[in-house]
Design a protein around this ligand. Structure first.
Ligand code: SAM
Length: 313
């Protein structure tokens, strides 16, 4: 696979090459590793992906579809076509598109997430094809689709170039990616400082994705907007539990975490992730390169356009 790096993206004040941008992306993600002395002090994993919270989000957004990512994918499904959702979770990206979806394929590294999605699709009369596994490692087993969606996955992906290229190769019409403007865990940085005296990273950001996409030669557009709502928790207790685990604190500290969340502005009557209730997200979309019925080389080169900071560089 050949991609054509273009001049433009910067690291600091200097022009940066694609390899430099990719190295920085990997380094920025690696910086989120938790120091051994802190992670060893608890028995529960801090890397919590609360399935029930993502399921509620899928239900909420499919009841009332809205936002730039939905609108871009919806428009690309006129006429209706097939959809591939990568890192689908329970389906927040793809379920709202079902009225214009002729066939749905969902890929997720977590099989339980795929089960939650399949239940929801079945309830709407659609049998989703489930592909458990990591993208792009499973990509060769996945057929191309008219529209490929991928929401809130990229901050989990160190090898982002292969990931984006495989998305492009699997879309006949359009790829639509959604990502928070800043790494979602930055909302807990002040609590890390308060509980552990540890300064956490504030990178990478969506601008870094745009820089990499431009350097990869993907010809796309982006829009930064505000998703009102955020992940919904069934109770304040559930939010405290997830936050406590993320902060590497034992169950005995639940009360302290509850106090800290309230102090940081969380309303126990409407429990949401810190900073997520009105969180800035970025939608990035670009044409796919798949030919009808097969996966092929990306076809497009050119600058990214949009209203995000990166597009002004
Ligand atoms: C934050 S959740 C987002 C779920 C859904 N797209 C949404 O917007 O609510 C990220 C999902 O991506 C999955 N995931 C992370 N990295 C992945 C990869 N490389 N390949 C496939 N799935 C991945 C996780 O298992 C999880 O279900």
């Amino acid at each position: 696979m050949t991609v054509s790096p273009s001049a433009g993206p910067t690291v600091g004040h200097a022009r940066a090459s694609l390899p430099e941008l990719l190295q920085r992306w990997r380094d920025d993600l690696a910086a989120w590793a938790i120091p051994e002395e802190i992670s060893a002090s608890v028995t529960e994993s801090p890397w919590v992906l609360p399935r029930q919270v993502f399921a509620r989000r899928a239900d909420t957004v499919s009841a009332q579809p809205d936002g730039e990512s939905y609108q871009r994918a919806w428009a690309a499904l006129d006429p209706p076509g097939t959809v591939l959702d990568v890192g689908s979770g329970p389906g927040a990206a793809c379920l709202p598109l079902l009225p214009r979806t002729s066939a749905l394929t969902a890929v997720d590294a977590d099989e339980h997430m795929l089960t939650l999605l399949a239940e929801r699709a079945t309830a709407r009369g659609v049998a989703a094809t489930r592909v458990p596994g990591r993208w792009p490692q499973v990509a060769s087993a996945v057929p191309a689709a008219d529209v490929v969606t991928c929401h809130h996955v990229l901050y989990n992906v160190p090898e982002i170039d292969d990931f984006l290229i495989a998305l492009t190769e699997h879309a006949r019409r359009l790829v639509v990616v959604e990502i928070t403007a800043t790494h979602p865990l930055t909302s807990l940085n002040s609590l890390w400082l308060a509980f552990h005296g540890l300064r956490r990273p504030d990178r990478p950001t969506a601008d870094d994705v745009l820089g990499i996409a431009t350097a990869l030669g993907l010809h796309g557009e982006s829009k930064r907007w505000r998703r009102v709502g955020g992940a919904g928790y069934a109770s304040f207790t559930e939010l405290v539990d997830v936050t406590r685990r993320r902060l590497c604190l034992p169950p005995a500290r639940a009360g302290d975490v509850a106090d800290a969340l309230v102090g940081a502005g969380v309303d126990p009557a409407h429990p949401r992730d810190l900073g997520s209730s009105r969180r800035d997200v970025v939608t990035i979309w670009w044409p796919g390169s798949a030919k009808r019925g097969c996966a092929s080389e990306p076809t497009t080169t050119g600058p990214f356009t949009g209203d995000n900071e990166n597009s002004k560089r």
